[in-house]
Design a protein around this ligand. Structure first.
Ligand code: HEM
Length: 496
């Protein structure tokens, strides 16, 4: 009885505190939010909940853009979301106003995982310094440069061997692509790779994949953090945090190994380069070279570099199964420029405009990160005559560019030739902003493009790719979470 009483008191207090907190935030927010960009009429207290419930957020945003224009706002909980649409508005917001619009908003999950450290979730001077160091150090080890090619080709070899072992039987290319592209990142940050089938490595990749899926459903906690006190794990946040802890442990083991064998005269990967800087900054309390920053930073580069590029490979394969004429034309170009007796090289790219057009069209049509990552505003400011309060969540709607009929005719059609002009040269690729725009622009763009080129040319050079069931092609509909991924599918790879 006493316990029952205490529990119900406790629940009553939670409900009361949340209601007061929620109404207070709503009221304070509402008072500050006059003259913000237009948007649909919010419901009392619930805001625009209907627009967040939608199964097809991208379609909803397309409709709202038609009604309210290139910059519109939505309210939910104590948050104001401002969605930027179209090439011009995104350039103006994130390039010309890059000083103000390049923060990351603080959300419950992001804070739990990165605590303002690393590159993807940090802001201000800390982020700038971390990002500058990351790009500089990764370049030193060949990031996105020709010198990276031999490491990449080692992975391509292993990738082809795993696919060859399927002997024309149906298989899912997901795990192989994940292991291959994350090994490219591992060679940069840890100076080592892991075998396909390595149980520890595969379980880390599996946890990472789970977290990308869970990230979509935990978004609600960023809006109503109080919900985290609900019993159980309704939104998957506890699982996500637990998974992150296990992934972190894997990185800590790698860092520990580097620390134990550290030799200042022999710096051969990103972790070594960080540890070297850390030694120079001992005793400096404002330094970015802390243990926590290293672990979070490695986690950011590892996850951002794995999920997106592996997803890009899977989308490309799916298009190749659907458009067999395109697969044949790509193979013809490979035959003309590379032949079958040697492996592709990055220097072949300049002589293969159709292949490049194919990759650009995959990035456009697949729309892997349709809403990029949310940005934050560093201060109150005005944009196109509207008030943008500090703390608003800014959404760079990349989908609004990649599917803009004014930039790409019949955007829903998959058509690499749209990027080839009458002289057979590449054209119009610069509007494909799949890697975002402005100061937060993806630092992995050149590496991702190199990987897509080398993995896909090698795959088409060696195998004819066929659907598992020729009478029923796998769906081209994506699953939209943090990234847009294809639904699981199988294919057959027939050795040529
Ligand atoms: C097809 C592959 C890829 C796509 C489509 C992609 C796309 C993106 C997008 C849209 C963002 C968010 C930018 C913003 O906040 O406005 C981003 C951020 C980021 N990407 Fe990529 N990316 C890809 C591959 C890679 C690779 C290979 C790496 C490896 C290093 C990487 C590392 C990062 C990092 C560290 C960030 C956070 C940058 C920051 O917050 O300053 N990405 N990426």
């Amino acid at each position: 009885m006493w316990i029952q009483h205490t529990v119900s008191d406790y629940l009553y207090q939670i409900v009361l505190v949340s209601t007061v907190f929620f109404l207070g935030r709503y009221y304070i927010g509402w008072r500050r939010w006059s003259n913000v960009p237009p948007g649909p009429q919010p419901l009392p207290f619930l805001g625009n909940i209907d627009y967040f419930k939608s199964n097809d957020q991208l379609q909803t945003f397309r409709k709202l853009r038609k009604i309210f224009g290139d910059v519109f706002s939505l309210r939910f909980g104590g948050n104001l979301f401002i969605v930027f649409n179209g090439y011009e508005a995104l350039k103006e917001a994130f390039v010309r106003n890059g000083d103000i619009f390049s923060d990351r908003p603080k959300t419950y999950i992001m804070e739990q995982i990165s605590r303002g450290r690393g590159i993807s979730g940090s802001s201000g001077a800390f982020w700038k310094e971390t990002r500058a160091f990351t790009i500089r150090a990764l370049r030193e080890f060949g990031f996105g440069k020709q010198s990276m090619e031999s490491k990449l080709m080692e992975e391509v070899d292993a990738f082809l061997a795993v696919i060859g072992n399927t002997n024309g039987e149906p298989f899912d290319i997901r795990n192989t692509s994940y292991t291959s592209v994350s090994n490219v990142i591992c060679s940069l940050i840890f100076g080592r790779r892991f075998e396909h089938g390595d149980k520890t490595f595969e379980s880390v990749l599996d946890l990472l994949d789970q977290n990308f899926k869970l990230a979509g459903q935990t978004g609600i906690l960023g809006i109503f953090p109080i919900l985290r006190f609900l019993p159980g794990d309704l939104f998957g946040a506890k699982r996500l945090i637990k998974n992150s802890g296990k992934i972190r442990k894997f990185f800590l083991d790698q860092i520990q190994c580097h620390r134990a064998n550290f030799d200042e005269t022999n710096i051969h990967d990103f972790t070594d380069a960080f540890l070297k800087e850390q030694r120079k900054h001992l005793g400096d309390t404002s330094t970015i070279f802390t243990d926590n920053n290293l672990t979070t930073l490695i986690g950011n580069v590892f996850s951002a570099g794995t999920e997106t590029t592996a997803t890009g490979i899977r989308w490309a394969v799916l298009y190749l199964l659907h458009y067999r004429d395109i697969q044949d034309r790509l193979r013809q170009e490979i035959d003309q420029v590379i032949g079958r007796s040697r492996m592709p090289s990055i220097s072949d790219k300049q002589n293969m405009p159709f292949f490049e057009a194919f990759i650009v069209e995959v990035l456009r049509h697949a729309n892997i990160a349709p809403l990029a990552l949310p940005h934050g505003s560093a201060c109150d400011t005005m944009f196109r005559g509207f008030f943008i309060p500090r703390g608003s969540i800014l959404v760079p709607n990349l989908d609004s560019i990649l599917n803009d009929p004014k930039l790409f005719s019949c955007p829903e059609t998959f058509c690499p030739s749209r990027f080839i002009d009458d002289d057979g040269k590449l054209t119009g690729c610069d509007k494909v902003t799949a890697f975002s725009v402005g100061r937060r622009l993806c630092p992995g763009e050149s590496l991702a493009k190199m990987e897509l080129f080398l993995f896909l040319t090698s795959l088409i050079q060696n195998f004819r790719l066929l659907p598992e069931d020729p009478t029923c092609l796998p769906s081209l509909q994506g699953i939209v979470g943090m990234t847009k991924t294809p639904k699981p599918f199988k294919l057959r790879a027939i050795k040529l």
